[in-house]
Design a protein around this ligand. Structure first.
Ligand code: SAM
Length: 244
């Protein structure tokens, strides 16, 4: 996977690429990422990339010329998905992250101020993504969220693939509870089954806990699942318990 990022403040993104999983997958040649300053494609001596909005009003707009030039320079094979981070985009979900992780080349455009000239969106942007229903001051942090989420699902990113497979959202369920040593802390005990060494029972317990937790916190996710009779009975029991 190759990624290019266009930003007015690349220094927000660059340090995060030097640690943890993102560093490791770059070192393993599974992920190549470059962060560019959009001003490198400005043509005047002041390196101007923004201008006043037609029609008046507050705030500046990122000009079309540097963005068109930058994308043309980076998308040499014409195979890239051009992603604009915007609060108006498709909400980012784990399934969208996984779909994007299969792309060979992504070019991320980070907006600033009031956003980017509409003609860039019409002509070269192929996907618009929002990281949530709130407004950030710039697209750099949104891009970082996307980069991190994609990076950790790339092959070889996590030592144990299963650990990503069981994470929240990967199967339309929230993750089950986790415990580590000590087995008892200030009177709070780790569930007995986890100490039993019985792998099948542990697996069943974790699955049941994931279902119960999802039903309590994100019942909307369960609508995507076809629950077995056993799972439905489990939910019924836990609902009865919580209403007692
Ligand atoms: N005027 C724009 C609007 O209301 O849709 C908001 C512009 S915002 C202040 C500046 C930039 O931050 C946007 O161009 C976008 O790149 C980024 N941004 C802000 N909120 C975002 C979000 N929720 N998801 C993704 N990008 C966001």
């Amino acid at each position: 996977m190759k990624m290019d990022v266009l930003a007015l403040f690349p220094e927000i993104i660059a340090p995060a690429l030097q640690t943890g999983i993102l560093r490791r997958i770059q070192d393993a040649d599974r992920f190549s990422i470059n962060v560019y300053n959009l001003r490198d494609w400005a043509t005047d001596k002041h390196k101007t990339v923004d201008d006043y909005p037609y029609g008046g009003g507050a705030g500046m707009i990122l000009k079309p010329e540097p963005l068109f030039a930058a994308v043309a320079a980076l998308n040499t094979e014409s195979d890239a998905q051009i992603v604009y981070l915007t609060p108006q985009g498709t909400p980012l979900t784990q399934s969208l992250v996984e779909a994007l992780s299969l792309e060979s080349h992504l070019i991320l455009i980070c907006g600033r101020y009031k956003g980017i000239d509409e003609r860039v969106r019409q002509k070269i942007v192929t996907t618009e993504i929002s990281i949530g229903d709130y407004v950030l001051s710039g697209g750099e942090i949104a891009a970082l969220v996307l980069i991190d989420a994609i990076g950790r699902v790339l092959p070889g990113a996590l030592g144990d693939f299963e650990s990503a497979h069981e994470d929240s959202f990967s199967q339309d369920l929230l993750d089950h509870p986790h415990y580590t040593r000590p087995a008892e802390y200030e009177g709070m005990k780790v569930p007995e089954v986890l100490l039993s060494g019985h792998h099948e029972k542990i697996k069943e317990w974790r699955h049941a806990e994931a279902i119960k937790r999802t039903a309590q916190r994100r019942p909307d996710l369960l609508q995507n699942l076809e629950l077995t009779d056993e799972e439905l009975a489990l939910l019924q029991t836990s609902e009865n318990k919580s209403s007692c």
